[in-house]
Design a protein around this ligand. Structure first.
Ligand code: BJ8
Length: 424
């Protein structure tokens, strides 16, 4: 196995704590993922990527930097990867999904902040995220209040650029977002010394659309009965999509899909055909936040979709047509990004429509609405989700949780009772 310690030391990581993080992650992965039965063979690649989570990919980023390239960190799907790629930089989704980094953050941030925000910030304070340390700057966004205020503080520790995301998808909101993309384009050009042309942007957008298409294909395969892949594995693939090399990732997802489609034909899957099918909807789950999927699937149900930014909110929309000019391509990207139905928007009724469509298209027996504790946008929107599902007689379980393991037992009890009700 390659020894990356020199690279981590060069990045300024706290090696002792970083070792402890990797050890905890490795044993968690072993007990949650490797213990699953009848996994698709093509998951070997994603196991490998996870095994190398702070190794090979970080090395690739460092090699890119050694050749003069830039690395740009991000935390939200509203930041368009293709714009970053068109400047010759590599976009990378940053670590934000573990309790391990939360206590560090709580030394500075209020405890009653959502775990995703605390975890991201704690990675910086604890110096345990090689992706953040490798990034030349981070592009934040004004989505929820907690995040945007955390970015102000993160900016004291790491170079930051914050782009505005409107709260309403009105003509004015759309114009503002397009203007923000122009601003980000300028920032990227200044940092990289590369001028973003229509051709470079077209090439990058086609890669991003290719990745989205592959993820859509994977989601589509989950319609099978039995579904050919566990929700845990599908979630892992989505999580890896935020930091793996885009062309390689797309190829590997398509290879996985071929295997899954063959499995659907043979009616083969990791769960019996009559296992309750669950749609998970709500706050995003950054790796290694696998808690809810684990509880659901260990209780005998299978997750068939995630209405989440680590799920359909990320990959459902492709880039529309443009007249080929740069301005028009940027506009198509802005329109695509604004199809992300995040609870930070008001109104956000399209998300309710998406949930209903997913629940019926994927023949879900019930929906588990997941809110990260202190995430007010998704918590409040859950009220409307509940009403919309009740109208269609679709059972709903509302869960609020954080990254700690303290509530796992309680979650299990609630999920089991929910499944019992579905099975009756
Ligand atoms: S587009 S969901 S990735 S903002 S969970 S930090 S909303 S308090 S992550 Fe998100 Fe972009 Fe929206 Fe998606 Fe705030 Fe809620 Fe925490 Fe959240």
């Amino acid at each position: 196995m390659t020894d990356y310690r020199e690279m981590w030391a060069e990045l300024g990581l706290d090696l002792e704590r970083h070792d402890a993080l990797l050890q905890a992650l490795g044993s968690m992965y072993g007990s949650i993922y490797l213990s699953q039965e009848n996994r698709p063979k093509a998951m070997d690649y994603f196991d490998f990527v996870l095994g190398e989570i702070h190794g090979l990919r970080v090395q690739e980023l460092m090699d890119h930097k050694a050749k003069g390239g830039k690395v740009v960190g991000l935390y939200c799907v509203f930041v368009p990867e293709d714009l970053i790629m068109a400047a010759g930089a590599i976009p990378v989704g940053l670590c934000a999904g573990t309790q391990f980094s939360v206590p560090d953050a709580e030394e500075v941030l209020p405890r009653n902040t959502c775990a995703l925000i605390k975890s991201s910030f704690g990675f910086k304070l604890g110096r345990i995220c090689p992706y953040l340390e490798a990034s030349d700057f981070v592009v934040g966004e004004t989505t929820c209040d907690g995040k945007k205020k955390m970015y102000e503080i993160l900016g004291e520790y790491h170079p930051m650029y914050v782009m505005e995301v409107p709260q309403k998808k009105t003509a004015l909101g759309r114009a503002l977002f397009l203007d923000e993309l122009q601003g980000l384009k300028g920032k990227l050009e200044m940092e990289t010394g590369v001028s973003i042309t229509a051709e470079k942007l077209a090439e990058a957008t086609s890669l991003v659309d290719g990745k989205r298409r592959a993820l859509q294909r994977l989601q589509n395969a989950r319609k099978g009965r039995p579904t050919p892949i566990s929700g845990l594995d599908a979630l892992l693939v989505s999580q890896i999509s935020f930091y793996d090399d885009i062309a390689r990732f797309t190829e590997k997802v398509n290879a996985l899909c071929e295997e899954l489609e063959a499995r659907v034909g043979r009616r083969e899957g990791p769960f019996p055909a009559d296992a309750p099918r669950i749609l998970v909807s709500g706050s995003p789950m950054s790796a290694p936040n696998w808690k809810l999927h684990r509880v659901i699937e260990e209780s005998g149900a299978v997750v068939v979709g995630e209405e989440s930014c680590v799920g359909t909110r990320y990959f459902s929309y492709l880039t529309g047509k443009s007249d080929g000019r740069l301005e028009s391509r940027l506009k198509a990207i802005a329109d695509r990004q604004l199809e992300t139905h995040c609870a930070c928007f008001t109104p956000n009724d399209e998300r309710l429509e998406d949930i209903l469509e997913l629940a019926s298209g994927w023949a879900a027996d019930g929906v588990v609405h997941y809110t990260l504790q202190f995430c007010h946008t998704f918590a409040n929107e859950a009220v409307k989700v509940e009403r919309a599902l009740a109208k269609e007689n679709i059972p709903l379980l509302r869960i609020e949780s954080d990254y700690s393991d303290e509530d796992t037992g309680q979650l299990k009890t609630r999920v089991e009772a929910f499944l019992e009700m579905i099975r009756r």
